[in-house]
Design a protein around this ligand. Structure first.
Ligand code: GLU
Length: 446
């Protein structure tokens, strides 16, 4: 069997780390199995879905490297859903109900006050033709409910193991609203059947839905696919992510300068037995992926982990990969520069600081007590500067002044870069060049 999965985001907002994690797990599983990944835009809610958000989803997936084999929009597939609706009606599994939201709320309150479960009482099933006609004459339009069989629906979940949902304790789900709009439940099943989806991989907030949806698969004469319900992410504080979704959109992370490989490595490995460190690339993460590695407790999304992984991604980034981006920000100062700078930056944009130290204007930092060393060093600076110059020069300064260790290197670093930390001076010195070096050692801003 070839694995075929789908990621079904709603284009009603930007993708955030929670829903992209679901998409990523689908992608990793599909690619790891040599299977297919379908992008299915869940735009059944015509009022809240927008074309811009749909484009945002594509932009984010593409940026993260999550290619798709097929793309479908549910809004283009209504005839299929109508056909399924008619079939369910003809099998007596879909029935019209006329209660308003207020009426349902009131009934629910009464049930709760009597200590009963707040399950829809199926009053609509008992309506006579005449009663229905009277309600319609009042101007009421029906919504449509799926008549659950009321049984223990069981499945072997790839992430949760054996699962059971008792549909007898659930309300018959509404599949179609009074304005004729399809809610997510039925189109999802119809498409899973039509697209021959083999595995439905989604968050564990859908477990109860799955009980009802398996009944719908069966009512439509299909075999349900396999399911994997993964735990949801929580914040570093253990609270749900939802309150802070705004700051966790993929778009925001991109704008803040995080690397796509850091984001996917982090999301692929949160809540698994693998260490939280970067993969070589997204394909490598797919090769490593297994549901069996996923813990049963929620994964903690911690920005400190992302920042650490991001730094590690930059630390390992070869010059060929970095070069076009360096050129883009006017910071392509050659391979030696990148190789020594990459371990000094938390975000790629941080390279700009070091490019400025080389080619911009820097105010030297020369403490009073460091003056003798700096002045002596100025007189000993080699005529031409190359990769060996720093060690030759500092040996001469050491011999001339007796300064050594930090007392030798720090005053020179501070004078030449205006900072007390940074990439190897052996690399920086020839890039800064003799002219600027001489002026900075003399205390001039240069
Ligand atoms: N649009 C739904 C969601 O994002 C899809 C759920 C599913 O994968 O079936 O929750």
């Amino acid at each position: 069997m070839t694995v075929k999965v789908r990621f079904a985001p709603s284009p009603t907002g930007r993708l955030h780390v929670g829903n992209i994690r679901t998409g990523l797990i689908n992608w990793l599983f599909a690619r790891g199995e040599g299977g297919q990944f379908v992008l299915r835009i869940d735009d059944t809610d015509r009022e809240r879905s927008t074309r811009e958000y749909e484009q945002g989803i594509e932009t984010d997936l593409t940026w993260l490297g999550m290619t798709w084999d097929e793309k479908h929009s549910q809004s283009a597939r209504f005839p299929l859903y109508r056909d399924a609706m008619e079939r369910l009606k003809s099998h007596g599994r879909l029935y019209p109900a006329y209660e308003t939201q207020d009426e349902l709320d009131r009934r629910r309150k009464v049930q709760l006050s009597r200590g009963q479960p707040p399950v829809y009482d199926r009053a609509a099933l008992k309506l006579t033709d005449a009663e229905r006609a009277a309600l319609e004459a009042e101007g009421r339009r029906p919504h449509w409910r799926f008549r659950l069989e009321g049984k223990r629906v069981k499945w072997e979940d790839l992430a949760r193991g054996h699962c059971e949902v008792d549909t007898a304790s659930m309300s018959d789900p509404v599949l179609i609203r009074e304005d004729g709009a399809f809610l997510y439940t039925l189109p999802s099943v119809v498409d899973d059947i039509d697209m021959a989806i083999t595995h439905v991989v989604r968050g564990e907030d859908h477990v109860t839905n799955t009980g009802a949806q398996i009944e719908i698969f069966e009512a439509l004469g299909a075999r349900a696919p396999q399911f994997a319900h993964t735990t949801l992410l929580v914040g570093a504080d253990g609270e749900g992510l939802s309150k802070r979704l705004g700051s966790l959109s993929i778009m925001d992370l991109r704008e803040q300068g995080y690397e796509p490989l850091a984001i996917v490595s982090h999301l692929a490995r949160i809540g698994t037995s693998d260490p939280l460190e970067p993969g070589d690339n997204i394909a490598g993460l797919a090769a490593d992926f297994a549901f069996g590695k996923m813990a049963r407790h929620p994964g903690r999304y911690d920005f400190d982990d992302l920042a650490r992984i991001n730094a590690a991604v930059l630390h390992a980034m070869p010059y060929e990969t970095a070069q076009p981006r360096l050129a883009n920000i006017g910071a392509d100062l050659g391979e030696a520069f990148w190789l020594s700078v990459r371990s000094n930056v938390a975000l790629f944009s941080g390279v700009g600081v070091w490019a400025h130290v080389v080619s911009g204007s820097v105010e030297p930092l020369i403490a009073e007590e460091d003056r003798p060393v700096v002045e002596a060093a100025a007189g000993l600076l080699p005529e031409t500067l190359d990769g060996d110059s720093w060690s030759v020069w500092t040996s001469l300064v050491k011999a001339a002044t007796g300064a050594k260790g930090r007392g030798l290197f720090m005053p020179l670093r501070r004078a030449l870069t205006g900072l007390d930390h940074g990439p190897e001076m052996a690399v920086m010195l020839p890039l800064i060049g003799r002219e600027k070096a001489v002026r900075r050692l003399a205390g001039e801003t240069a």
